[in-house]
Design a protein around this ligand. Structure first.
Ligand code: AMP
Length: 484
């Protein structure tokens, strides 16, 4: 049943600004810096003296706004924007955000990054009470909850609504007279605040977007916080104090841009430390270190530095292809990997190669790349992964919601090594990830959500629990020893 609303708001990027005459233009630049977080759709809503206007479409941001008149129409001193990642079956324009809502007394635009774990239950309950949903996305749920809240002020209504939704979420809500931002009680998704040189404020998924528009970093939004920005400035409040920091470890491992800082830790530096720790935990007698471009280059340089082996450019990425994982079908993903990467024969021929990748999900990339290197004449290929085996699904906004898709849930490390045709295979430990990220916190797992690796979810799974239990039981029966 949860399939109705799953996989809809994953890995998106959000950007909002209040107090700039070029609000929509800044949002465009900010979203451009966040394009890696979603490439299936993009949109911007601008607020001109209390009137909200939206432009959105399917595809890359530059495609959606190819006609300059679209951006020119978005006048006003505040805006929110969204870049969307979605999986198969959910490609309709109606799911592209920001979602706009027009009421007789007000207008709202909502941008959401994350995934709710109780969306099906909430939606069913709301529908029973007459709510009508336009899209299949779970983002509309928040708006219905806000409008149904009996609280006296908008802030209290939003708080009321936020206490009812569970899972991973970073919300931006643009109203006629303010911009509201909220983060889930575990801080699963990154969200930061910046200030413009002219005094206005920006809230967005990653600091790389602040740098792009010349905003200064103010703070990471903390779990359970509710921020309101209006003409009087920034107000920081919270809708719950029952919080902990459990930020998605995949943001550090793969997803965020290397030039972003999350809770004070630079993503590139964290990845480099993961690579260095991997060299300590999984050493290899080899000639060169090669990283899978681009997401593994930080980890590969760390591995090379710590092992003393030379780092070589043994693989080249075609800069004009998009992220293969973000293709909705396996056939497209495989074709994508072929178009994306090629081996540099002169570098790898006759060499014992340590091949570094940041993670293995379905195994499509590893299988293909080991073969590429061997075809190019590599003497041996030792695959080293700068994260632990990914065995458990994510329900908070990363597009891995079934163990059936995870090769490490289906095969042992030895079996995977054979599947990939590698000469050896080694992974970084969980503690290695925690230490390499090194957030200054005493929270469990060093403030990270490590559920993909150990099945220890920081929230209840609600709508997903029964299906998840069944899948795990099935896996345990089939593959004793792989899944706990
Ligand atoms: P796969 O080929 O399915 O094993 O995917 C692994 C590759 O996809 C790795 O090289 C990562 O760089 C990248 N990756 C890992 N997790 C994700 C994710 N959630 N979304 C998109 N790409 C990912």
């Amino acid at each position: 049943m949860p399939t109705e609303v799953r996989s809809l708001n994953e890995e998106c990027g959000v950007f909002g600004v209040w107090g700039s005459p070029d609000a929509a233009q800044l949002t465009y630049f900010g979203l451009h810096a966040l394009q890696h977080r979603g490439q299936e759709g993009a949109g911007i809503t601008a607020n001109d003296h209390g009137k909200l206007q939206t432009e959105r479409g399917l595809g890359l941001l530059a495609d959606v706004f190819r006609d300059p008149r679209r951006l020119a129409r978005l006048t006003g001193q505040a805006a929110v924007g969204h870049v969307r990642y979605a999986t198969a079956g959910n490609h309709g324009l109606e799911n592209i955000q920001p979602l706009s809502f027009n009421f007789s007394d007000s207008q709202f635009a909502l941008a959401h990054n994350g995934n709710l774990t109780n969306a099906v239950t909430l939606r069913r309950r709301l529908e029973q009470h007459g709510a009508i949903f336009h899209a299949s996305s779970d983002s509309e749920i928040l708006m219905h909850l806000i409008r149904r809240s009996p609280a006296a002020t908008l802030t209290e209504q939003v708080k009321d609504a936020l206490r009812q939704v569970h899972g991973g979420f970073a919300y931006l809500l643009l109203t006629n007279d303010c911009l509201i931002a909220a983060l889930d009680p575990n801080g699963l998704r990154p969200l930061v605040v910046g200030q413009l040189p002219t005094g206005g404020y920006v809230v967005c998924s990653e600091t790389c977007a602040l740098d792009t528009i010349g905003a200064t970093f103010v703070q990471d939004v903390q779990p359970g916080e509710l921020l309101t920005i209006d003409d009087h400035g920034l107000t920081i409040d919270h809708y719950t104090t029952d919080t902990q920091l459990a930020i998605c470890s995949m943001e550090f491992i793969y997803f965020a841009r290397p030039d972003s800082d999350i809770h004070g830790v630079n993503v590139h530096s964290a990845r480099k430390r993961m690579g260095a720790q991997l060299a300590v935990e999984q050493p290899v007698d080899a000639d060169i270190v090669v990283g899978v471009p681009n997401s593994s280059l930080s980890a590969a340089t760390g591995y090379a530095e710590a092992s003393g082996l030379p780092y070589e450019m043994g693989l080249i990425k075609n800069q004009y292809s998009s992220r293969t994982f973000i293709q909705p079908t396996q056939a497209l993903r495989e074709q994508g990997v072929r178009m994306k990467l090629s081996a540099v024969k002169g570098v790898v021929a006759g060499k014992r190669v340590v091949l570094i990748d940041d993670s293995i999900v379905r195994g499509t990339t590893s299988r293909r790349i080991v073969k590429l290197l061997k075809d190019a004449g590599a003497k041996s290929v030792h695959l080293r992964i700068a994260s632990p085996p990914l065995r458990y699904p994510c329900f908070y906004g990363i597009d891995i919601q079934s163990t059936n898709e995870l090769i490490a849930a289906q095969q042992t490390i030895r079996e995977m090594c054979q599947t990939f045709g590698a000469d050896s295979l080694g992974f970084l430990s969980e503690q290695g990830v925690v230490d390499a990220v090194g957030l200054s916190t005493t929270e469990p797992y060093g403030g990270l959500c490590m559920a993909y690796f150990n099945g220890d979810y920081p929230t209840a799974l609600y709508d997903y629990q029964a299906e998840y239990d069944a899948e795990i039981a099935q896996l345990q029966a089939n593959h004793e020893g792989v899944i706990k």
